[in-house]
Design a protein around this ligand. Structure first.
Ligand SMILES: Cc1cc2nc3c(=O)[nH]c(=O)nc-3n(C[C@H](O)[C@H](O)[C@H](O)COP(=O)(O)OP(=O)(O)OC[C@H]3O[C@@H](n4cnc5c(N)ncnc54)[C@H](O)[C@@H]3O)c2cc1C
Length: 468
């Protein structure tokens, strides 16, 4: 059998593309190397708890029914009702630098008020920048602005470097594959995902969201093969007999599959390698940024000590550092997420939890593993991350009931991302094309990041190439 489409990866972009294509009667098969769906944003069980791999929050959160919003568009395209996600909004979040602290929430007016309070001389510039950003349609921005620096763009409007760095910190931490600066393309997408809309958390965690997506896909008749790693994409003669097409998808098990079109969420470099291209580690397209995250379940909620923010983006230095770490964890900047500080209903109290993320060196973690130190280093770094959270929040973590830490090795193991690069390649491919005319990249390396972004990517690439 020749499928209309084969999708590599049952992460969020792959599932969204699969739902879209199968909804319109295409024969689709998703191939996933792991045994659990979800990719970078999956879940696992430990000590009787269901843990989300990476979930801090979904971005782009708007109220139900909001018109012309990315989230509303996404749900409509996937035929999912807003209430099915079980979203709970953030309380407020905060950007904490040594010199200043600025809050924001799901109401953009609050960020403006905060800037007026902390940086009164910058409000006019901030307003002008927002007006300018509003003229870009984030669903249509393309490679023509890929090369423009976000730092330089901000400097056209703001004269206070501290505010520029503070505004960049959440946007970079939640979706920048490059080091030190952001492409304007990514900046616009992330600005609208975080400051113009906001954060929400599926109260039942990612398992619920992934099961919802899988159900839709299966109801549409989509096929899913778990534990099936694609080991090669053979080029030469495709189903149409044309040179320049992928002809065969080869699985690690030795089986081969034919498809008219292939959508790969494995990453651009990873996909090129599957096609036999020798892309070395030094290639500029290889992502270099990886992270560690400690997850700690606490005996008592941090809100009992007056910490009420849902997420705190911090930098202990100015300017803030966002580049590949040289150590197991670079604690100069990072993200603190307190899931139980999202606004749950009265009867939905979540177990007190603290998640702390910082940049990490994939190489150092590999060395740690090779020298047999891995377990011990995980424990040490977990403690260091919790200590940083204590410094930034001024609260004590108290008794930790259960803790875990993911490292760049974890990311590479479960998603195949080279060097554990969560945000993939710094060189994005907004139109999703590859050198082969029936092979497209979706997800992270197409340019849309995060839970909502990767789903939008899967949908838009399926619409553009699979359904047109
Ligand atoms: C720790 C962490 C925290 C995060 N927190 C948030 C957050 O709070 N909010 C947010 O919006 N985003 C967050 N993200 C980012 C978000 O998870 C990702 O941007 C998004 O899930 C990417 O989806 P994707 O489909 O593009 O790629 P992936 O999730 O990487 O999916 C790719 C899939 O392809 C599979 N695959 C790869 N190669 C092959 C192969 N050869 N054969 C078969 N299958 C293959 C992989 O196993 C994987 O399942 C976080 C990510 C991490 C790692």
């Amino acid at each position: 059998m020749t499928y209309d489409a084969v999708i590599i990866g049952a992460g969020l972009s792959g599932l969204a593309a699969g739902i879209r294509l199968s909804h319109f009667g295409k024969s689709v098969c998703i191939l996933e190397s792991h045994t659990v769906a979800g990719g970078l944003n999956s879940y696992y069980q430990r000590s009787g708890r269901m843990l989300d791999v990476g979930l801090h929050a979904m971005t782009n959160i708007v109220a139900e029914g909001t018109r012309a919003a990315a989230l509303t568009r996404l749900l409509r395209q996937l035929r999912i009702r807003y209430d099915e996600l079980g979203l709970v909004p953030q309380s407020t979040s905060r950007i904490a630098f040594p010199q200043a602290s600025v809050g924001f929430s799901n109401d953009p007016a609050f960020l403006r008020e905060e800037i007026a309070r902390v940086f009164p001389a910058q409000v006019d510039g901030f307003d002008k920048m927002r007006t300018d950003l509003a003229r870009f349609d984030e669903a249509a921005v393309g490679s023509e602005i890929e090369a423009i620096s976000a730092r330089q763009y901000i400097d056209k409007f703001l004269t206070e470097p501290l505010l520029r760095e503070m505004l960049l910190c959440p946007l970079m931490y939640y979706g920048n594959a490059g080091e030190d600066d952001m492409a304007l393309f990514s900046f616009i997408i992330m600005w609208k995902s975080i400051y113009e809309t906001g954060f929400g958390r599926p109260v039942q965690g990612m398992k619920h969201v992934i099961e919802l997506l899988l159900k839709k896909y299966e109801e549409n008749g989509g096929e899913l093969k778990m534990g099936e790693r694609v080991s090669a994409l053979r080029t030469g003669s495709g189903t149409s007999g044309e040179i320049g097409e992928i002809g065969e998808i080869v699985l690690e098990s030795g089986q081969t599959i034919q498809a008219k079109q292939i959508f790969s969420s494995a990453g651009m470099v990873e996909t090129l390698r599957l096609c036999g291209h020798d892309v070395g580690e030094a290639d500029e397209r290889v992502g270099r940024l990886s992270f560690v995250e400690s997850i700690a379940f606490l005996e008592k909620p941090l809100s009992a000590q007056g910490v009420n923010e849902s997420i705190i983006f911090f930098s202990q230095t100015m300017p803030f550092v966002y580049r590949r770490a040289e150590e197991l964890a670079d604690l100069r900047s990072g993200v603190i997420c307190i899931p139980d500080n999202f606004r749950t209903g009265e009867n939905e109290a979540l177990e007190p939890c603290l998640r702390v993320t910082a940049r990490a060196s994939a190489q150092k973690w590999d060395q740690s593993f090779a020298s047999g130190q891995y377990k011990e280093d995980k424990k040490t770094v977990s403690g260091q991350l919790q200590q940083v959270a204590e410094t930034i929040t001024g609260a004590s973590c108290g008794m930790v009931l259960y803790e875990d830490l993911f490292t760049p090795r974890t990311i590479r193991r479960y998603t195949g991302k080279l060097a554990g690069a969560i945000y993939g390649s710094p060189v994005k491919q907004p139109d999703g094309t590859t050198p082969w005319n029936n092979l497209f990249v979706i997800g992270t390396d197409q340019g849309y990041l995060g839970i909502v972004g990767s789903m939008l990517s899967g949908i838009s690439m399926a619409n553009r190439y699979g359904l047109s």
